[in-house]
Design a protein around this ligand. Structure first.
Ligand SMILES: [Zn+2]
Ligand SMILES: [Zn+2]
Length: 209
Protein backbone atom coordinates (compact mmCIF):
# COMPACT_ATOMS: atom_id res chain seq x y z
CA UNK A 1 0.00 0.00 0.00
CA UNK A 2 1.31 3.41 -1.00
CA UNK A 3 0.90 6.01 1.77
CA UNK A 4 1.22 9.74 1.42
CA UNK A 5 0.91 11.94 4.51
CA UNK A 6 -0.13 15.55 3.91
CA UNK A 7 -0.65 18.14 6.65
CA UNK A 8 -3.82 20.09 5.78
CA UNK A 9 -6.02 22.92 7.02
CA UNK A 10 -5.66 25.39 9.86
CA UNK A 11 -5.64 22.60 12.46
CA UNK A 12 -2.83 20.80 10.60
CA UNK A 13 -4.71 17.54 10.32
CA UNK A 14 -2.63 14.69 8.92
CA UNK A 15 -4.49 13.69 5.78
CA UNK A 16 -3.49 10.39 4.18
CA UNK A 17 -3.79 9.32 0.58
CA UNK A 18 -3.56 5.54 0.59
CA UNK A 19 -3.53 3.62 -2.66
CA UNK A 20 -3.08 0.23 -4.26
CA UNK A 21 0.17 0.14 -6.22
CA UNK A 22 -1.22 -2.37 -8.73
CA UNK A 23 -4.55 -0.75 -9.60
CA UNK A 24 -4.11 2.89 -8.47
CA UNK A 25 -7.44 2.74 -6.64
CA UNK A 26 -7.24 4.95 -3.57
CA UNK A 27 -8.86 6.19 -0.39
CA UNK A 28 -8.33 9.54 1.30
CA UNK A 29 -8.35 9.52 5.09
CA UNK A 30 -9.36 12.76 6.86
CA UNK A 31 -9.28 15.35 4.07
CA UNK A 32 -9.45 18.36 6.40
CA UNK A 33 -8.86 21.19 3.93
CA UNK A 34 -6.27 22.11 1.30
CA UNK A 35 -8.32 20.25 -1.29
CA UNK A 36 -6.24 21.59 -4.17
CA UNK A 37 -3.07 20.14 -2.69
CA UNK A 38 -4.79 16.77 -2.15
CA UNK A 39 -6.25 16.69 -5.66
CA UNK A 40 -2.92 17.63 -7.17
CA UNK A 41 -1.24 14.67 -5.43
CA UNK A 42 -4.02 12.33 -6.61
CA UNK A 43 -3.59 13.49 -10.20
CA UNK A 44 0.20 13.25 -10.03
CA UNK A 45 -0.15 9.56 -9.15
CA UNK A 46 -3.06 8.98 -11.51
CA UNK A 47 -5.25 7.76 -8.65
CA UNK A 48 -8.86 6.76 -8.81
CA UNK A 49 -10.27 7.81 -5.45
CA UNK A 50 -13.02 5.46 -4.26
CA UNK A 51 -13.50 6.57 -0.65
CA UNK A 52 -13.21 9.59 1.61
CA UNK A 53 -12.87 8.08 5.06
CA UNK A 54 -13.39 10.06 8.26
CA UNK A 55 -11.61 8.61 11.32
CA UNK A 56 -14.23 10.68 13.15
CA UNK A 57 -16.74 13.42 12.46
CA UNK A 58 -14.94 16.53 13.78
CA UNK A 59 -15.14 19.39 11.27
CA UNK A 60 -11.37 19.73 10.95
CA UNK A 61 -11.23 16.14 9.62
CA UNK A 62 -14.23 16.23 7.25
CA UNK A 63 -14.30 19.80 5.92
CA UNK A 64 -12.75 18.79 2.56
CA UNK A 65 -15.34 16.07 1.91
CA UNK A 66 -17.79 18.23 -0.01
CA UNK A 67 -15.35 19.53 -2.60
CA UNK A 68 -13.46 16.23 -2.95
CA UNK A 69 -16.66 14.26 -3.39
CA UNK A 70 -17.67 16.65 -6.14
CA UNK A 71 -14.32 16.39 -7.91
CA UNK A 72 -13.68 12.64 -7.55
CA UNK A 73 -17.13 11.07 -7.12
CA UNK A 74 -15.76 9.16 -4.13
CA UNK A 75 -18.06 7.84 -1.40
CA UNK A 76 -17.93 9.32 2.10
CA UNK A 77 -17.37 6.70 4.80
CA UNK A 78 -17.96 7.16 8.53
CA UNK A 79 -18.55 5.00 11.59
CA UNK A 80 -22.28 4.64 12.20
CA UNK A 81 -22.09 6.12 15.72
CA UNK A 82 -20.45 9.36 14.55
CA UNK A 83 -22.90 9.61 11.64
CA UNK A 84 -25.73 9.71 14.19
CA UNK A 85 -23.89 11.81 16.78
CA UNK A 86 -22.83 14.62 14.43
CA UNK A 87 -26.35 14.93 13.01
CA UNK A 88 -27.80 16.05 16.34
CA UNK A 89 -28.76 19.74 16.14
CA UNK A 90 -26.99 20.74 19.39
CA UNK A 91 -23.80 19.00 18.26
CA UNK A 92 -23.94 20.65 14.84
CA UNK A 93 -24.47 24.03 16.52
CA UNK A 94 -21.56 23.52 18.86
CA UNK A 95 -19.11 22.71 16.06
CA UNK A 96 -20.48 25.24 13.56
CA UNK A 97 -18.59 27.93 15.52
CA UNK A 98 -15.42 26.73 13.79
CA UNK A 99 -16.88 28.03 10.53
CA UNK A 100 -15.62 25.10 8.45
CA UNK A 101 -17.62 23.62 5.54
CA UNK A 102 -19.90 20.79 6.70
CA UNK A 103 -19.52 17.32 5.22
CA UNK A 104 -22.31 15.93 3.07
CA UNK A 105 -23.97 12.94 4.78
CA UNK A 106 -21.98 9.68 4.60
CA UNK A 107 -22.66 7.32 1.69
CA UNK A 108 -21.44 4.29 3.58
CA UNK A 109 -21.63 3.54 7.29
CA UNK A 110 -19.17 1.13 8.87
CA UNK A 111 -18.67 -0.54 12.22
CA UNK A 112 -16.03 -2.52 14.05
CA UNK A 113 -14.62 -5.37 11.98
CA UNK A 114 -15.78 -4.03 8.61
CA UNK A 115 -13.28 -3.72 5.80
CA UNK A 116 -12.97 -0.95 3.22
CA UNK A 117 -11.46 -2.21 -0.05
CA UNK A 118 -9.67 -0.31 -2.81
CA UNK A 119 -7.80 -2.30 -5.43
CA UNK A 120 -5.98 -5.13 -3.67
CA UNK A 121 -5.76 -3.26 -0.39
CA UNK A 122 -8.08 -3.33 2.60
CA UNK A 123 -8.46 -1.19 5.67
CA UNK A 124 -10.00 -2.89 8.67
CA UNK A 125 -12.20 -0.78 10.95
CA UNK A 126 -11.28 -0.79 14.65
CA UNK A 127 -13.90 1.10 16.67
CA UNK A 128 -12.09 3.26 19.25
CA UNK A 129 -14.63 5.51 21.02
CA UNK A 130 -13.48 8.14 23.51
CA UNK A 131 -12.45 11.18 21.46
CA UNK A 132 -15.87 10.90 19.77
CA UNK A 133 -18.50 8.13 20.08
CA UNK A 134 -17.77 6.74 16.62
CA UNK A 135 -14.05 7.31 16.40
CA UNK A 136 -12.25 4.58 14.50
CA UNK A 137 -8.78 3.47 13.54
CA UNK A 138 -7.99 1.91 10.17
CA UNK A 139 -5.66 -1.07 10.10
CA UNK A 140 -3.77 -2.67 7.24
CA UNK A 141 -0.74 -4.42 8.75
CA UNK A 142 1.81 -3.06 9.41
CA UNK A 143 0.04 0.33 9.19
CA UNK A 144 -2.61 1.78 11.49
CA UNK A 145 -4.24 5.18 11.00
CA UNK A 146 -5.22 6.31 14.47
CA UNK A 147 -7.05 9.62 13.88
CA UNK A 148 -7.38 11.63 17.09
CA UNK A 149 -7.40 8.51 19.27
CA UNK A 150 -3.61 8.10 19.57
CA UNK A 151 -0.80 10.50 18.60
CA UNK A 152 2.96 10.20 18.84
CA UNK A 153 3.46 10.84 22.57
CA UNK A 154 -0.13 12.03 22.97
CA UNK A 155 -3.80 11.09 23.03
CA UNK A 156 -6.94 12.81 21.75
CA UNK A 157 -8.85 15.41 23.75
CA UNK A 158 -11.92 14.23 25.59
CA UNK A 159 -13.39 17.59 26.59
CA UNK A 160 -15.53 18.03 23.46
CA UNK A 161 -19.18 16.90 23.43
CA UNK A 162 -19.32 13.10 23.20
CA UNK A 163 -15.82 12.64 24.61
CA UNK A 164 -14.92 10.27 27.44
CA UNK A 165 -11.42 9.86 28.81
CA UNK A 166 -12.29 6.51 30.39
CA UNK A 167 -13.49 5.19 27.04
CA UNK A 168 -10.49 6.64 25.21
CA UNK A 169 -7.98 4.97 27.54
CA UNK A 170 -9.93 1.74 27.32
CA UNK A 171 -9.94 1.89 23.49
CA UNK A 172 -6.20 2.52 23.33
CA UNK A 173 -5.31 -0.23 25.77
CA UNK A 174 -7.72 -2.93 24.62
CA UNK A 175 -7.90 -2.24 20.86
CA UNK A 176 -4.59 -0.63 19.86
CA UNK A 177 -1.96 -1.83 22.32
CA UNK A 178 -2.91 -5.42 21.44
CA UNK A 179 -1.65 -4.90 17.88
CA UNK A 180 1.92 -6.08 17.11
CA UNK A 181 4.49 -3.65 18.62
CA UNK A 182 6.03 -2.96 15.20
CA UNK A 183 2.70 -1.61 13.92
CA UNK A 184 3.22 1.88 12.48
CA UNK A 185 1.02 4.55 14.04
CA UNK A 186 -0.07 7.24 11.55
CA UNK A 187 -1.72 9.89 13.74
CA UNK A 188 -4.46 12.42 12.93
CA UNK A 189 -2.21 15.33 13.94
CA UNK A 190 1.56 15.59 14.06
CA UNK A 191 1.93 16.86 17.64
CA UNK A 192 4.98 14.99 18.93
CA UNK A 193 5.91 13.59 15.52
CA UNK A 194 4.41 12.56 12.22
CA UNK A 195 4.44 8.83 13.03
CA UNK A 196 5.26 6.33 15.74
CA UNK A 197 4.82 2.65 16.54
CA UNK A 198 2.48 0.80 18.87
CA UNK A 199 5.49 -0.53 20.80
CA UNK A 200 6.93 2.95 21.33
CA UNK A 201 3.59 4.39 22.50
CA UNK A 202 2.87 1.45 24.81
CA UNK A 203 6.31 1.96 26.35
CA UNK A 204 6.58 5.71 26.63
CA UNK A 205 3.37 7.64 25.88
CA UNK A 206 3.17 10.04 28.86
CA UNK A 207 -0.64 9.88 28.97
CA UNK A 208 -0.66 6.10 29.30
CA UNK A 209 2.29 5.47 31.55
ZN1 LIG B 1 -10.97 15.31 16.58
ZN1 LIG C 1 -8.32 16.51 14.95
Amino acid sequence: MRIEQIPVGMMQVCCYIVSCEETNEAAIIDPGGDEDKILQRCRANNLQVKYLIATHGHPDHVCGNSRLKEETGAQIVMHKDDAVFFQQPEVRNYFSMLGLPESPPPDMLVEDGDTITFGREQLQVIHTPGHTPGGMCLYNPPDCFTGDTLFAAGVGRTDFPGGSSRELMDSIRTRLFVLPPETIVWPGHGYGGSKSTIGEEARSNPFLN
